[in-house]
Design a protein around this ligand. Structure first.
Ligand code: PLP
Length: 452
């Protein structure tokens, strides 16, 4: 297949001159020498020279069923020809209605009310705005503070960036911290020497309770948490943490928002990790990414009956939930999601993840014998390799170049990794096979040795 229609040089020139990439540093603006992705199939991306690279990060944690599926293309094309758009305000159509029902069926318990968005950030915005609406309707307009966590990532709109705990670029981007409270890092790696994981868990749950009490339960509207902190460095909380936090939320009538933008749709071997992995039924779940396997942009906020029912019905002032997007419930994106879910069901992709992930994790943890490696951690098909740390605990600031150096070597050998300071993160397409996992970790080990 021809790589692309224009020359690589033209693409690179246009890319540098006109395209402002997300998260682009202004120091390199207009001068970046990016690899051009030309095509992709299965778990592989092909660059402009035809080199084949394993997609280690799964695009941006999203290419669950892999690239280039004809059945996805057909489903998308069919819907384009049938109905490419309709106004979600005052008309209904089949794909969003059927997808909403499907998501309600797949989600735990009472999470039966689906609000479609354009991606993960807008799903998080929706959850927070729904919490505002809910508390206003219940006559408690001061109950709006959101408790989030250090190193959490929830998006890049004003509201979702405000509840994000990663401080990347915050000095240059105003966010609303007045009604946001950040809890300290939950990473078990930084617990005091000798402290058990159970005690660490209790301490972290207590952080939440202490914060609610200090802020005043009447002012705290929601707690938002990713089941695992994904782009914060694949930080897996100790067992019982989410359940403990859920109990605290219930005690103080604080809504629990589980941000499953990364963990949803099979990444941990289940449709949603909240219930099946962490044993909680949140008030709201936000999801995106794997919902369409990255074929088209789509997000959703799933809202529990227990917070929809009390405010449903006539309202003297006739106030609407004032939130929505031109592309809420876009029929083509919803048709893509439906086909994606159908493929995951018929090809038993969740079962595959549950079966293959112990091997993925075994290969990941085997890297600990490399002197350069300080830590490895993972769950499901998510993994992180962290460069060697020295010192006493909070390790993040050390050897910031480890990730970038390993990434460069890996790409030379046919593997894309996601470098993050002193870490490399993996979340490959869920269809990855045992042999492909071997290829991935063989390259990674060799790359680590070469940068040592
Ligand atoms: N929430 C989490 C946990 C994420 O990882 C991300 C993106 O990486 C988002 C929200 C934002 O999603 P989007 O980039 O689709 O707006």
């Amino acid at each position: 297949m021809k790589a692309h229609n224009r020359s690589s040089q033209t693409i690179r020139d246009y890319d540098n001159k006109y395209y402002m990439h997300p998260w682009e540093g202004m120091d390199s603006f207009g001068q970046a020498d990016r690899t051009i992705s030309a095509s992709a199939e299965g778990i592989y991306v092909y660059d402009e020279h035809g080199n084949r690279l394993i997609d280690g990060p799964g695009g941006m944690w999203c290419t669950q069923i892999g690239y280039g599926r004809r059945d996805m293309a057909d489903a998308i094309a069919d819907q384009v020809m049938r109905l490419s758009y309709h106004s979600p305000w005052n008309t209904a159509s089949e794909p969003p209605a059927v997808l909403a029902k499907k998501l309600a069926d797949l989600a735990p318990g009472g999470l039966n009310n689906v609000f479609f968005t354009t991606g993960g950030s807008t799903a998080v915005d929706t959850a927070i705005r729904y919490m505002h609406f809910y508390n206003n309707r219940l006559g408690r307009p001061n109950k709006k503070t959101v408790i989030s966590r250090d190193k959490a990532y929830h998006g890049s709109t004003f509201l979702s960036a405000s509840v994000t705990g990663r401080d990347r670029g915050k000095n240059f981007l105003d966010v609303d911290r007045e009604r946001v409270h950040l809890l300290p890092d939950v990473n078990p790696l930084i617990r005091p020497e000798g402290m058990s994981l159970d005690d660490w868990c209790a301490a972290k749950v207590k952080d939440l309770e202490d914060a609610i009490v200090a802020l005043g339960p009447d002012s705290v509207g929601a707690f938002i948490a990713e089941p695992i902190l994904a782009s914060g460095g694949v930080i897996i909380p100790p067992n019982g943490y989410h359940k403990g936090c859920m109990e605290v939320c219930r005690k103080y009538d604080v809504l629990y928002i589980s941000d499953e933008v990364v963990t949803g749709f099979g990444r941990l071997g289940h449709w949603f990790a909240s219930k099946d992995v962490f044993d909680i039924e949140p008030d709201m779940i936000t999801c995106a990414k794997g919902l369409t396997s990255g074929y088209l942009p789509l997000g959703a906020c799933l809202i529990n009956d227990r917070i929809v029912d009390p405010i449903s019905g006539p309202d003297q002032e006739g106030v609407m939930f004032n939130n929505g997007y031109t592309y809420s419930g876009h029929p083509v994106a919803c048709a893509a999601a439906l086909k994606n879910i159908e493929i995951m069901e018929t090809e038993k992709i969740l079962e595959h993840v549950r079966e293959i992930s112990p091997y993925f994790l075994e290969r990941l943890h085997s890297l600990r014998d490399e002197p350069m490696v300080g830590d490895t951690r993972g769950i499901g098909l998510v993994g992180c390799v962290q460069g060697k740390v020295t010192g006493d605990g909070d390790s993040y600031a050390l050897d910031q170049q480890f990730g970038a150096k390993v990434d460069e070597k890996c790409e030379e050998m046919g593997l894309i990794v996601r470098p993050m300071a002193n870490m490399c993160v993996f979340s490959p397409p869920l269809i990855i096979t045992k042999t492909q996992i071997d290829d991935m970790f063989d390259i990674l080990r060799e790359a680590i040795r070469q940068v040592a």
